[in-house]
Design a binder for this molecule. Sequence first.
Ligand SMILES: Cc1cc2nc3c(=O)[nH]c(=O)nc-3n(C[C@H](O)[C@H](O)[C@H](O)COP(=O)(O)OP(=O)(O)OC[C@H]3O[C@@H](n4cnc5c(N)ncnc54)[C@H](O)[C@@H]3O)c2cc1C
Length: 356
Amino acid sequence: MSYREIDAVVIGAGQAGLSTAYHLRRDGVGFVLLDHADGPGGAWRYRWDSLVLGRTHRIHDLPGMPLPPADPDTPASRVVAGYFGAYERRFELPVRRPVDVRSVRRGNDRLLVDTSAGGWAARAVVNATGTWERPYWPAYPGRASFTGRQLHTADYRSADEFAGRHVVVVGGGASATQLLAEISLVTSTTWVTRRPPVFRDEPFGEDLGRAAVAEVDRRVRAGLPPGSVVSATGLVPDERVRAAMRRGALHRLPMFDRITPTGIAWDEPVEGRRELATDVILWCTGFRPVLSHLAPLRLREPGGGIRVENTRAVAEPRLFLVGYGPSASTIGANRAGRVAARGVRALLPAPATAAA
Ligand SMILES: Cc1cc2nc3c(=O)[nH]c(=O)nc-3n(C[C@H](O)[C@H](O)[C@H](O)COP(=O)(O)OP(=O)(O)OC[C@H]3O[C@@H](n4cnc5c(N)ncnc54)[C@H](O)[C@@H]3O)c2cc1C
């Protein structure tokens, strides 16, 4: 295969990739932004319709162009896809889609990026592939024997499809509580979590937010998987989640030990029973970073993560990870894009200066 030489390749056109692209563009770096989706919006384009703008935690503006005012009842998927598309046009970002990046590996003096649209040989690669496409399904005995429906947050479309069926919701994060709040309006539900959930009365302050991000940063510097921010910050219920609490829909049971063909089962009795029949198990168990295309670089540490410092992979200094670990939020992704672009620039040969 012949490779096109380029200064940088950015993989993924979500918040993190667009922020990086903005800074690279401004600095005059030659790059291409590859994304395998059909249109703009990153992971937001796949989120369910009831996740309206007014129910998001907050979508931070991309650098240089604020999110235009929008009706808080519009699905966030639509608002963000429109915003990202307008952003790509406004800054004339060199986005190519759909282009699937299949692998990144080391060449002689460049990183080789193999894709569905041919290869690029880059001095630097910025990985911004998010987590949405890697839903995490924990292993429990009997999971494959269940005859009802199992789905993950990533598959969720609307509560209506569960009417008349019992739904077990698994997981202690924001998605679990928000989906329980809406599904419990149309049908019966059971909520199970590994640890008792901790609800906060008020949004967590900047200090707690910073401490949670610092803890994730510590983990990725040590080569550990990033882990969950909610475990450090607790849950901040919105109005609908509070209403669900008042209805008793957020009564939590401990995690089951097994799955049977017709439901879930505990080894020790829970509220007087060991089994519960259910039609549906909804796994709100989070996501993991999408990194399989980086496997040829062999960056995994014995702890299971990739060591990253200030967005740069410690074991491959030409690779930057944005939207990963401490920068896996819209605000974090923004900042990481700026830092990574600075790192890319530092790798490029200095422009020739005119002779005096
Ligand atoms: C349900 C839910 C709600 C959330 N709500 C909020 C919120 O309110 N506020 C907030 O700050 N954060 C929120 N987050 C987190 C937030 O969505 C992310 O931190 C941020 O939007 C992710 O941006 P990203 O650019 O890292 O990834 P993504 O938006 O996932 O973009 C990754 C891009 O990479 C592309 N891609 C992946 N693999 C490849 C490949 N091999 N080749 C080519 N392209 C590829 C994908 O097509 C995609 O466009 C939420 C997360 C979830 C799951």
